[in-house]
Design a protein around this ligand. Structure first.
Ligand code: GRF
Length: 203
């Protein structure tokens, strides 16, 4: 299977997926990594792995629709089976999201449907939650609201702050994102009208 990964920053989730491909646990390859930021460290990670990279600076487009259209054209030139958002810090237009229905993943640092949007670790702490975590989901038009694929919880301890939580959640992200990608690439995971199906069973 062919994968295109979109990033804006460090790309540690991208790295986890690269590592899983190299280890043979994902039956796919990354055709390209596309970033909206020229200085994203994830671009260096991709180059180190011999993966094609491209920068599309959203500031050079008139509006969101124009950027998303250029992004879509760039992605589609690789004819990917799966598009993976890995710390891509742009909200996507409904047209873009619909175009990739059932083949667009995101990872979010909370136990969705809790804490959509930003500052998830701080919000979990302020709410006094005993558990926090991360979620891989199919992307739909509702921000951080698409059908869940896999979720991993961690306990919140009395001495946690937003930084310590973020670190532990990030480590878990690096485990569940390659897992979800491996299921998809093995043909085990499908998004249907009735929801997500893994190995023939509804999640
Ligand atoms: C992760 O925390 C992810 O959940 C969020 O953006 C961050 C990306 O981290 N959407 P990295 O660039 O993969 O290191």
């Amino acid at each position: 299977k062919k994968i295109v990964v979109l990033i804006s920053g460090s790309g540690s989730n991208l790295q986890a997926i690269i590592d899983s491909i190299e280890a043979g646990t994902i039956a796919g390859r990354i055709s390209a990594v596309i970033s909206n930021k020229a200085d994203a460290y994830g671009l260096t990670r991709a180059q180190n792995a011999g993966i094609a990279t491209q920068v599309l600076n959203h500031k050079q487009f008139a509006d969101r629709a124009a950027f998303d259209q250029a992004l879509q054209e760039s992605i589609d030139s690789y004819q990917p089976d799966l598009v993976v958002l890995a710390g891509f810090m742009r909200i996507l237009t409904p047209e873009f999201v619909r175009h990739y229905a059932g083949r667009l993943f995101n990872i979010h640092p909370s136990l969705l449907p809790l804490y959509k949007g930003l500052h998830t670790h701080q919000r979990a702490l302020e709410a006094g939650d005993r558990e926090h975590g991360c979620t891989v989901h199919f992307v739909t038009e509702e921000l951080d609201g698409g059908p869940l694929v896999v979720q991993a919880p961690i306990p919140v301890t009395a001495d946690d702050d937003a930084d310590s939580l973020q670190q532990r959640v990030h480590t878990l992200e690096h485990r569940i994102y390659p897992l979800a990608v491996s299921w998809f690439c093995a043909g085990r995971l499908k998004l249907t009208d009735a929801g997500v199906v893994l190995d023939g069973e509804h999640l």
